[in-house]
Write a protein that binds this ligand. Structure first.
Ligand SMILES: *Cc1c(COP(=O)(O)O)cnc(C)c1O
Length: 423
């Protein structure tokens, strides 16, 4: 165990403490962050970086947005938690705002993403028995290869990533894994009358911003409607303007319920990174399967979360973050494409809006040292930009959506010079 002495740098001391006292369930990039503002974060040594992870798209509104800080401070001094044993003065307003914002009739508030996914799964099963007439205990839910929906036992049980799963069984039955971005496979699985729902990410973020064909979402929605199966979009990472739309699975202007997801799961940017706030949105008819006592959460729908989420959504609208994400996403991919064209080891760029990834070739340099996504991320860190590698060969680039074009261009120059050093 390392000795924790004053001689250590602040950075090393913080890392040593986590190493010594924290469970080792993450492998962070070695940088210790201490403060943030908008698109920037500062480490404990005072060095400034562009944040190109945005806490996995939770901080779409930028770090410590002044409007969010203000309502947090105000609400913290007024009231934070009532439980749902009583009504509170903000929950109804918040529920109305979220429903109108995303075009749904009802919402159910939870805290983390995984809890909202669990809520949607419970909702889908109960709907399957009550409304679709599936025999008791037979309901089946379809999920996709390469999915990421969170970390509960049920959710990791339907994962196809061995790291998520091995050693945590036995798992919840009633799930079938089908290939992603594959309409014929979906059609085939939907033929089973016991299927109550299809749970899918519009882009698979954790898989490495794995982006399906443009018509995958509309076709999958239509196929589910045809078979009376709920289409549930996990928009925890892709939603709330991240991909240049409010929801990635459906264009903002699409009003026809027959062409929209039956249910949508939101979390992450729903609170702009201030506080864990999640929600499931659905129609009246679907949400009515929940009755008093059938589901709940002590913190779900609390006044603090409701207040900050309302402000977080208002910021998305007032600052037109969908349009900024759509426009700058195109700029970013065009700049990255230049690197793809120039360097054989930069294989491709993919994504939508400001949720993008670059796939690199894992190499060994002439001096025998590795050249994987991790090493490139360390170089970018040294050059003032933070991004996180996944799967050894993929780097996700997801800055706060408040980024301005000249800042984005500076970031593209940082990435390009890092790639040049990496060659
Ligand atoms: C982050 C994420 C989750 C889980 O959210 P938590 O708040 O970490 O539980 C679920 N689905 C997707 C697509 C995510 O990106």
């Amino acid at each position: 165990m390392p000795q924790l002495t004053q001689q250590h740098s602040k950075t090393q001391r913080a890392i040593d403490l986590e190493e010594r006292y924290g469970a080792h369930n993450y492998h962070p990039l070695p940088v210790v962050l201490d403060s943030g503002k908008g698109v920037f974060v500062w480490d404990v040594e005072g060095k400034r970086y562009y944040d190109f992870l945005s806490a996995y798209s939770a901080v779409n509104q930028g770090h410590c947005h002044p409007r969010l800080v203000a309502v947090m401070q105000d609400q913290a001094a007024r009231m934070t938690l009532t439980s749902r044993a009583f009504y509170n003065s903000l929950l109804g307003e918040y529920e109305r705002m979220v429903c109108e914002f995303f075009g749904y009739e009802k919402m159910l508030p939870m805290n983390t993403g995984a809890e909202a996914v669990e809520t949607a799964l419970k909702m889908a099963r109960k709907w399957g028995y009550q409304k679709k007439g599936i025999p008791a205990g037979e309901a089946k839910i379809l999920v996709c290869e390469g999915n990421f929906h969170g970390r509960t036992i049920t959710i990791v049980g339907m994962s196809t990533d061995p790291d998520c799963q091995i050693g945590f069984g036995p798992f919840t039955p009633g799930f079938e894994v089908i290939p992603y971005d594959d309409i014929p496979a979906l059609e085939k699985a939907l033929a089973d009358p016991n299927v109550c729902a299809f749970l899918v990410e519009p882009i698979q973020g954790e898989r490495g911003v794995y982006t399906p064909a443009d018509d995958y979402m509309p076709k999958a929605i239509a196929a589910c409607k045809k078979h009376n199966v709920l289409f549930i979009a996990d928009e925890i990472q892709t939603g709330i303007a991240r991909t240049g739309r409010l929801l990635c699975s459906v264009p903002d202007e699409e009003q026809d319920p027959a062409k929209r997801p039956d249910a949508v799961i939101l979390a992450k940017a729903l609170s702009g990174g201030m506080y864990p706030v999640s929600a499931v949105l659905a129609s009246d008819a679907i949400m009515s399967v929940f009755t008093p006592g059938t589901h709940g959460s002590t913190y779900g729908g609390n006044p603090m979360g409701a207040r900050v989420a309302m402000e977080a959504l208002a910021v998305v609208k007032d600052e037109d973050l969908t349009a900024n994400s759509e426009r700058l996403g195109k700029v970013f991919r065009a700049e990255m494409q230049k690197l793809v064209d120039q360097y054989p080891f930069i294989k491709l760029v993919r994504g939508k809006g400001l949720l993008n990834a670059v796939v690199i070739e894992e190499r060994i340099a002439a001096d025998g040292s590795p050249r994987s996504a991790w090493e490139l991320c360390l170089l970018m860190r040294d050059n003032g930009l933070l991004a996180k590698p996944t799967h050894g060969d993929i780097i996700r680039f997801a800055p706060p959506l408040v980024i301005r074009e000249e800042e984005l261009m500076e970031c593209c120059r940082i990435i390009a010079s890092s790639v040049q050093q990496f060659a």
